[in-house]
Design a protein around this ligand. Structure first.
Ligand code: NCD
Length: 326
């Protein structure tokens, strides 16, 4: 992971740990490899124990995170805040940026330069693909991409992979179905890329207009994976180990009539779950807007709330690793 290393302050330099994440920007899942994933999952396990036993620690005491969100977020924003605060650090939260100078026309680089003069690390969510890379090009402090438009959402993919591993005890040899808005869903893009490092068979389940971009299907096949594109979830539900369901991304549609036509295409309910294997994981990055009925929540295979909780432990691990304290 040699990409975009930032120079540490003298205080941080004293703490250098060779964990592969130290002072790195986290922009894309392409930066991860099986070794540093194993490492971060191990640290996330330790963070879980730490929170269950003590609630918090002072590992990042004195450090400041700027949480800069140009798009709405509940889980990602609050789990980064909770992660930083449980490690003893502090947060500058900036949400739905019309409160700050971006609405007065300030450019992203200037906003980043401003925040990095106060904070040690910046988490950025932005509606444009590549925004996190632009921020990283200008910043001398580490940038974590918390979603750049339809591009990537690397920390979500980390927590998704960690969840699959915890739920099923393996990553190799799995059959994984991605369901819903595969065209616009950045969580699908990042998780598909990350899973293609493992021996996984893919099922891409979507209506025709929401198919995974062809170059991504080609990328997956070029890595030697079987990848099936289907429209009907009933065709695959009995076969898969993971059913990763996503919301149709309304905010990416220019034509809302088109959104209305596809928004209720998939609804996972107890009747469909009756067709699934006894040992499998039903996942969703959340928020759900009807794709999984509430009647499924009590099913032991419904992993989405555990998945959400895992997000905080993964983000604690990542913040500690990037700041050299893991
Ligand atoms: C996802 C996102 O923002 O891409 N949410 C999240 O971070 N958990 C998925 C979505 O909004 O549908």
């Amino acid at each position: 992971m040699a990409l975009n290393a930032k120079s540490p302050t003298m205080k941080q330099a004293a703490d250098i740990s060779d964990n592969g994440f130290f002072m790195q920007d986290i922009l894309s899942v392409r930066q991860f490899n099986p070794e540093n994933l194993t490492y971060i999952f191990h640290v996330a396990d330790e963070m879980r124990t730490l929170v269950k036993r003590f609630g918090s620690a002072d590992l990042l005491s004195g450090y400041l995170l700027a949480n800069l969100f140009y798009e709405p977020s509940t889980r990602t924003a609050s789990s980064f805040m909770a992660a930083m605060m449980r490690l003893g650090g502090s947060v500058i939260p900036i949400n739905e940026v019309h409160y700050s100078s971006v609405s007065k026309g300030e450019s992203l680089p200037d906003t980043i330069r401003t925040l990095e003069s106060y904070a040690d690390i910046i988490v950025l969510r932005h509606p444009e693909v590549g925004a996190a890379q632009i921020a990283a090009d200008y910043a001398s402090k580490p940038i974590i991409n918390a979603g750049d438009g339809v591009g990537e959402h690397p920390t979500q993919a980390l927590l998704d992979l960690y969840t699959i591993h915890r739920e099923l005890g393996q990553l190799d040899g799995l059959k994984v179905a991605m369901v819903g808005d595969l065209k616009n869903g950045r969580t699908v893009h990042s998780l598909t890329r990350l899973l293609s490092r493992y021996n996984v068979e893919f099922y891409f389940v979507s209506p025709d207009i929401l198919k995974l971009p062809p170059e991504m299907v080609a990328e997956v096949r070029a890595r030697g994976h079987k990848a099936h594109e289907v429209e009907d979830v009933r065709e695959v539900i009995a076969a898969v180990d993971v059913l990763y369901v996503t919301r149709v991304q309304k905010e990416r549609f220019h034509d809302l009539a088109e959104y209305d036509r596809v928004k209720n295409h998939y609804i996972i309910n107890p009747e469909l779950m009756a067709l699934a294997q006894e040992r499998m994981a039903l996942m969703h990055p959340l928020p759900r807007v009807g794709e999984i009925s509430y009647g499924v929540d009590g099913d032991p295979r419904a992993a989405y709330f555990r998945q959400m909780e895992n997000g905080m432990f993964i983000r604690m691990a990542l913040l500690a690793a990037v700041l050299g304290k893991a």
